[in-house]
Write a protein that binds this ligand. Structure first.
Ligand code: ADP
Ligand code: ADP
Length: 229
């Protein structure tokens, strides 16, 4: 379950400047839809509306047919897992930060999630910049490693719906490939909305939506879009 539907969604942060101008698409349960397009097109705004950081100004977003405006934020966050571009970490161990996804998880489950995200080696460490009162050494995490913490958290939480906001930061190719592999594991059989910055990372998506200036400019499979262009 977890089918997502956007129906004629309009949104503006500032009424003088519309950002999303009538967006309609669906992510069928268990499928993956990727949104690509130039910077500023409104991709992240779409994901923020789905997570209810903001509410739509007109139109409707539903999950399993239920209007998001009628769902509390708390219950919504049980259904949706978000892997953001920039993960904010708590002042505690990496293990704690992973467990935040599901506080009741066992130690073994936390370890497994960390291993899937390939951060198994430093779950006892604290993120750098925080005090070391727990007696562990602060560890400087790169953007890619922080994203792995968010991936591990999501693996543990195992929500039916996923929002993946791919990092824009220039990850090296090996790191990017490894993160992509972890994301593929996480998104398997889940309803997934991917905010992508490159067409090459979303070859396997069931549908790709090309967003330009807040409107859907093109849509189709990777192969179909390549043929048109
Ligand atoms: P994308 O993810 O495609 O790069 P965004 O959804 O982040 O695009 O942004 C779309 C537009 O909305 C941009 O012009 C951006 O400057 C503007 N914007 C994004 N967030 C805010 C905000 N919190 N307040 C005002 N404008 C914003
Ligand atoms: P939640 O209901 O899961 O707290 P939020 O929208 O508040 O959802 O946060 C989204 C993500 O931001 C969380 O999954 C978590 O990664 C991170 N986060 C939330 N609150 C904090 C916080 N106080 N400090 C650090 N990270 C946080």
């Amino acid at each position: 379950h977890g089918a997502i539907s956007f129906e004629d969604v309009h949104f503006a942060y500032d009424s003088a400047r519309p950002i999303l101008k009538g967006i309609s698409f669906e992510v069928p349960a268990g499928k993956t839809v990727a949104v690509v397009g130039p910077s500023g097109a409104g991709k992240s705004t779409l994901s923020r509306l789905l997570y209810r950081f903001y509410d739509v100004q007109s139109g409707t977003i539903t999950i399993d047919g239920q209007d998001l405006r009628k769902v509390t934020q708390k219950s919504l966050r049980k259904v949706i897992g978000m892997v953001p571009q920039d993960t904010v970490l708590f002042n505690d161990t990496i293990a704690y930060n992973i467990r935040y996804g599901r506080p009741g998880a066992s130690e073994a489950e936390v370890t497994t999630a960390a291993e899937i995200a390939q951060i198994g080696d430093f779950i006892r460490h604290l993120p750098e910049g925080f005090d070391t009162k727990v007696g562990e050494r602060g560890l400087k995490l790169s953007g890619g490693e922080k994203q792995r913490v968010a991936i591990a958290r999501t693996v543990l939480k195992a929500p039916p719906v996923l929002i993946l906001d791919e990092a824009t930061s220039a990850l090296d190719t090996t790191t990017e490939r490894e993160i992509q592999a972890a994301l593929d594991i996480v998104s398997k059989n889940r309803t997934t909305l991917v905010i992508a910055h490159r067409l090459s990372t979303v070859i396997g998506a069931d549908e790709i939506i090309v967003l330009k200036s807040g409107e859907i400019a093109e849509r189709g499979t990777h192969a179909a879009l390549l043929e048109q262009n």
